[in-house]
Write a protein that binds this ligand. Sequence first.
Ligand code: NCD
Length: 327
Amino acid sequence: MTKPIQHLITTKNLDKKSAIKILDTTENMFEKIVQKKQKLDSLKNHKIANLFFEDSTRTKLSFEIATKNLSAQTINFTPKGSSLSKGENLKDTVQTLQAMGANAIIIRHQACGAAQYLAQSSWTKIPIINAGDGKHQHPTQALLDAYTIRKNLKPKTSTTNTLGKDLQNTNIVIVGDILHSRVARSNIYLLHTLGAKITLVAAPTMLPKYVETWPVKISYNFDETLKKHPDVVMMLRIQKERMQDNYFPNNKEYTKYWGLNLERIKLLSKNTLILHPGPINRDLEISTTIADAPQTKILEQVTNGIYVRMAVLELILSPKHTLFEGK
Ligand code: NCD
């Protein structure tokens, strides 16, 4: 029986069982590659197309390394130098890649819904993996964040506490430019599904109007939120490329109210994890001292991105596996 095509577009429809399976597979990938130094050939003879219409360092390169770690080939498409300049559209670009034998497409696009559009088009014959669509979703980033949290959190006092396993009751604070952040949107749904309690901290101008519909609490006071000793503080980049307006008076003001610095970190427990998806604006949303502190896991997030993306590719493409478990 051939396996139905599975796409990864959003964390909103990822049920808990599937999410935990992806995180467990990620751990498995980490053990095989890092600890046992095994070579994996589960996607031998596969071609994975990287279709990046927006700039990327971490996501694009880690998908490429993940592809190679599974013995598949990468087809790299970059808009500059392609037939887009001759007027070719997304449909014809994707159909061209399919005709060249691509087995999956990883797409990053500035338009919200671009990945979904491909996934539901009748002419799309292969899995679509969303690597970021505008401010909408970035599911593999949320998965690598959840994996990093799960790996680092020390179980609290009770032995029956499953904190380290599925993030049940973990207190997670997401800070900054929520309005423009696909990382925030993807994390909110995934972390909620995994049982975490989420608080958003931002200026009112940096929250979407429909924020009340999300499974989150809102705080406008960063210091008071930190004093409650959350398990995780996730900082977000100010996404100036998506801003058409002034959302805060100037950088100095932003840093004063919403930046994570040495003074603020003193309000936290030493075990609180500090995350940031990168790229960081040093000394704007996070001070250089904190960005480079041992409690901050930015580079570990980058490394974990490779194993999460291996897990996603293998579960979607290998005939032996499936990404979605169902509830
Ligand atoms: C994020 C992105 O591009 O959505 N970065 C990433 O993928 N590591 C977040 C950001 O750009 O701020």
